[in-house]
Design a protein around this ligand. Structure first.
Ligand code: AHR
Length: 550
């Protein structure tokens, strides 16, 4: 029996056929079973675009094949970067991308990935030991063709900010300062600025976000919270700034490890409360992986299948996912014991479902899984949670962008598809920068059988944000077979017109693939003029309503 923490520490070392007919926008007076009340006078804070962030680790097919195909590839590319990925990502307003890991980061020497590509060394990838026999050499041995400059070019192409993860386990602090110097020192100012310029990037990259170690309780060094805090203090006691404020993210807890949060902050504040001001965020990682319904806590045994699942597994995954809210609240409370004014925010820089192997679109890609409608509903629910916690969560990064866990995209050579999760990100982008509003959902629960006992789960939840006179409401209906007809009330305004986008399918296992890339796509419903008072949310769906207010 090994848990996730142990696994990572050691690593360092049909149901279907629910028919969907039409679920129209309604201004009628038919019966409703649910109510959504949006409270204009109860703002929660601005929805930071950074909670719509991504994570791209140098792991199996994520970078090589997923993002980087190389300049000489037959796959259409922009300077070596997969063109179709760039075009898709531009549509989702990806505010920030975390790279190069994950566990990989604490084994990475950034110097290997800079300078002339032909001179870059080939290194053993952190994940080499997990790669099955027969997996491509590029998964095990890193050619370093994709390094810092290539990553920053990728970010620029898609309109993102880079969030780099520095190696705290196996490189000295000086190398962290040098990487900052390489990225941020002014044109012509340092030898490293000249090395950067020789690769075509004279102007500094101005990288603001830096992770200092990753999962330092496990693959990132196997530290105690106190030991890590001492390392963090040493790494960050002096970092060159080049006139810009750096946002440093400390390696935080996994799941509900409140002891880590407490131990880290206890040690950090031992030298006085000022230390808190140097920390922008505490990373929280939470994967929803245990679908065993309490039968085991074994990391391998507890996982479910991405594609072949029963109705009970649909709800079980959502149950696991909604824990996110209590983790945010729990860690926030502990953080408040040491940081009364809450200078430090949570950075949920790894989140998503994690299934057992078996649903890979490309057999040799480890950790790759095929997202279904279930993962779309899960992701909508999670983004709604982040939208509702703007004061606590400063950034979040879905794990991982492409060819991995809960991916938005799957790609192999010239094949590509957007997953249902990718479609959810496209829909939810409308929230970015809006004022999050308290929104009260009231709806009958979904009832189902869980190991011979009656169980229930909420059926309708979501979030709302205001953009001047435009209101964006997103909601998931978790019920696998019942629509929810909800009265929509905006306290303090009238809805003048509305349009809807709905992602659903008659089969809860529905997913996209290279052969059928458009099996699950969102459908737009026409704009309704005149006051809107209700909406029918289809079963097993993710919905976005955009409403004009007066
Ligand atoms: O996302 C895969 C791995 O999960 C990351 O490398 C690690 O940080 C996490 O445990």
């Amino acid at each position: 029996m090994i848990g996730r923490r142990e696994f990572l520490r050691n690593s360092v070392l049909g149901m279907g056929g629910v028919l969907i007919s039409k679920y129209p926008l309604a201004a009628s007076t038919t019966t409703t079973d649910s109510r959504i009340e949006i409270l204009l006078d109860e703002p929660l804070g601005v929805v930071s675009p950074n909670i719509y962030g991504h994570f791209a680790e140098n792991l199996s097919g994520v970078i090589y094949d997923g993002i980087w195909v190389g300049e000489n590839s037959k796959v259409p590319n922009i300077g070596g970067i997969r063109k179709q990925l760039v075009e898709e990502m531009r549509q989702i307003k990806p505010a920030v991308v975390h790279y190069p890991g994950g566990c990989f980061a604490d084994s990475y020497d950034w110097r290997d990935g800079v300078g002339p590509a032909s001179n870059r060394p080939r290194r053993t990838n952190f994940w080499e030991g997990d790669e099955p026999a027969g997996s491509p050499a590029r998964h095990k041995y890193d050619s370093n063709q994709f390094g810092t400059n290539e990553f920053v070019h990728f970010c620029r192409l898609i309109g993102s900010q880079p969030y780099l993860a520095a190696n705290l386990r196996s490189l000295p602090a000086e190398e962290f300062y040098r990487w900052v110097e390489y990225c941020n020192s002014p044109a012509g100012s340092t030898t490293l600025a000249e090395t950067r310029a020789a690769a075509g990037d004279a102007d500094p990259f101005q990288v603001r976000f830096w992770g200092v170690g990753n999962e330092s309780w496990g693959c990132g060094g196997n530290f105690t919270a106190q030991e890590y805090a001492v390392e963090f203090r040493r790494f960050t006691a002096w970092v060159p700034k080049y006139g810009m404020e750096l946002s440093l993210v400390a390696s935080g807890p996994s799941d509900d490890s409140y002891d880590w949060t407490r131990g880290f902050l206890e040690e950090i504040t031992r030298k006085g409360p000022d230390a808190l001001h140097s920390i922008f965020g505490l990373a929280l990682h939470y994967y929803s992986w245990n679908l065993s319904r309490g039968r085991t806590s074994d990391w391998d045994e507890g996982k479910g299948d991405a594609l072949k699942f029963e109705l009970v597994d649909w709800y079980e995954l959502l149950r696991q996912g909604e824990v996110m809210q209590s983790l945010i609240d729990g860690h926030w409370q502990v953080m408040g014991e040491f940081d009364r004014e809450h200078h430090i925010k949570l950075v949920v820089d790894e989140w998503g479902p994690w299934y057992r192997p078996g649903s890979e679109a490309t057999a040799s890609d480890i950790l790759e899984q095929t997202p279904t409608l279930r993962d779309a509903v899960f992701s909508g629910m999670t983004l709604d949670i982040f939208n509702q916690n703007p004061e606590k969560v400063a950034m979040a990064n879905c794990a991982q962008l492409i060819n991995c866990l809960n991916s938005l995209y799957l790609a192999h050579e010239d094949k590509f598809c957007v997953t249902p999760v990718g479609h959810v990100f496209k829909m939810y982008a409308a929230h970015q920068g809006g004022q999050s509003l308290r929104t009260v959902f009231s709806a009958p629960s979904a009832h189902y059988e869980r190991d011979g006992k009656a169980a229930s789960f909420w059926s309708l939840k979501g979030s709302a944000s205001l953009h001047e006179k435009q209101l964006v409401l997103t909601a998931v209906n978790s019920h696998v077979s019942e629509a929810r007809e909800a009265e929509i009330v905006v306290r303090g305004a009238t809805i003048q017109s509305a349009s809807a986008t709905v992602l659903t399918d008659r089969d809860i296992h529905a997913h996209n693939s290279f052969a059928e890339p458009d099996a699950v796509v969102p459908k737009d419903q026409p704009l309704v003029k005149g006051p809107l008072s209700k909406f029918v949310f289809p079963p097993a769906s993710v919905t976005k309503l955009v409403m004009s207010l007066s």
